[in-house]
Design a protein around this ligand. Structure first.
Ligand code: GUN
Ligand code: ZN
Length: 434
């Protein structure tokens, strides 16, 4: 393959550690006049432009941005593709919301043409919002995952997805069986897991919609293939937590249901965790499992406030999730805007550098992909964004008053959204231009 080397010059910022572990100052690298060098889809160098330029050939192609910030691509650790058409559904909390809006919407994926159409819209929306990797719930239909992976493969995106497994407590038109969910998941794993930058996630929807037989087979699949992911929901809503106790009276609690069926582990991501107790956080940490913190969803569905300080106390891996369509935005910038308010309502703070961490390196660590994505270190995939300081008149004016990168970053996360993302690059290729 011929060497393609390009350089991008702008302010550059990336998170390199968790501020909760190393303190804020040691958690990031910032180059006011930075240069990012990309070779064959990977980052080959990052540094101060003036220093790096002298090491490069004089004729290297350089794209120079003014009033812009280069960051790693954002990582969404929890989102539902088949809920794209139902964002902002009025009036219900989780269990009624699922029955009234979610299940009917997801049933449309029985139609292949619909699955193709939504996969296309969904991926464009991710990239417009600067999300370069997502951990994605499909519907119960295998074609929801096939359509998504086909579209992601064409753009060489790093994506993780799985078909929902759901064999009870849902309408007949939307359930599989323990056996069929196993067979269909296996076929998807064989076709997609490890192909290019794609990975498969075994996806039992949540404990109430799976029989013990289905949860057993989900655990079995995880044992059959290396590096498979597992995604599900946990302790999002108080009625849901009570329901799980009724359905599984023999288990100690919600997490213990998943633990019993061997669904915890280093590639297991549990969405929400709003009502987890201390012991459950300790067990998640001990098994290397991660939580997807989904603030816009937790507000919208009235689920509650995620206790990030408790997760930090247990050194639990936490990523950020939009949870579209329970969440109300594809934008992880807007998701961070709401995350800040979740902390405010608990008398805590969310520093802009912790926010940056959650949306990039923290997500990468939750997915065990920190050697490939989440930072701009040399050797990692060239998945990065160009954020535009002049995206809107207000942003432009507000940022002129900012005195340092901390303030600039915080304002980008408070006022920023899809309009802020000027360009998105995946594996070194431009995949979105505003
Ligand atoms: N719990 C089970 N299914 C879902 C879902 O689709 N969205 C959310 N937010 N929670 C769930
Ligand atoms: Zn969800």
């Amino acid at each position: 393959m011929p060497l393609t080397r390009k350089a991008y010059r702008a302010a550059i910022l990336h998170s390199i550690a968790d501020p909760a572990e190393v303190g804020i100052e040691a958690s990031y690298e910032y180059f006011e006049d930075g240069l990012l060098v990309v070779e064959n889809g990977k980052i080959s160098a990052i540094g101060h432009a003036t220093e790096l330029l002298s090491t490069l050939p004089a004729d290297i192609e350089i794209t120079h941005y003014q009033d812009a910030l280069i960051t790693p691509g954002l990582i969404d650790t929890h989102i539902h593709l088949p809920q794209t058409g139902m964002v902002g559904a009025y009036g219900e909390q989780l269990l009624d919301w699922l029955n009234t809006y979610t299940f009917p919407c997801e049933s449309q994926f029985a139609d292949k043409a619909h699955a193709h159409e939504v996969a296309d819209i969904f991926i464009k929306e991710l990239l417009r919002n600067g999300t370069t990797t997502a951990l994605v719930f499909g519907s119960v239909h295998p074609q929801s995952v096939n359509s998504f992976f086909e579209a992601a493969e064409q753009l060489d995106l790093r994506m993780i997805a799985g078909k929902v497994m759901m064999d009870r407590n849902a309408p007949d038109y939307l359930t599989d069986t323990a056996e069929s969910s196993y067979v269909e998941s296996k076929a998807l794993i064989e076709r997609w897991h490890g192909k290019g930058r794609l990975h498969y996630a075994v996806t039992p929807r949540f404990a109430p919609t799976s029989t013990p037989e289905q949860l057993t087979l989900a655990g079995q699949l995880l044992g059959e293939y290396p590096d498979l992911y597992m995604q599900t929901h946990i302790s999002e809503n108080l009625k849901e937590v009570e329901w799980v106790k009724e359905l599984f009276p023999e288990r100690k609690g919600y997490l213990d249901v998943y633990d019993h069926y061997q669904l915890l582990g280093e590639r297991s991501v549990f969405a929400h965790g709003v009502h987890l107790c201390d012991d459950e956080c300790a067990r998640l940490a001990e098994t290397g499992s991660a939580i997807a913190f989904c603030p816009t969803s937790n507000f919208f569905l009235g689920s509650g406030l995620f206790n990030l300080p408790m997760a930090e106390k247990h050194k639990l891996n936490v990523g950020l999730g939009t949870d579209v369509g329970g969440g109300t935005s594809f934008s992880l910038l807007q998701t961070l805007n709401e995350a800040y308010k979740v902390m405010q309502l608990q008398g805590a703070r969310l520093s802009p550098f912790k926010s940056l961490y959650l949306a990039t390196l923290g997500g990468a660590r939750a997915l065990r992909l920190e050697d490939k994505i989440g930072t701009l270190h040399a050797g990692t995939d060239a998945d990065f964004l160009v954020l535009d300081y002049n995206a809107t008149p207000l942003l432009s004016y507000r940022l002129k008053q900012a005195n340092n990168i901390a303030e600039t970053l915080f304002v980008l996360m408070t006022l920023g959204d899809d309009r802020t993302v000027l360009q998105t690059y995946a594996a070194g290729k431009l995949v979105h231009q505003r």
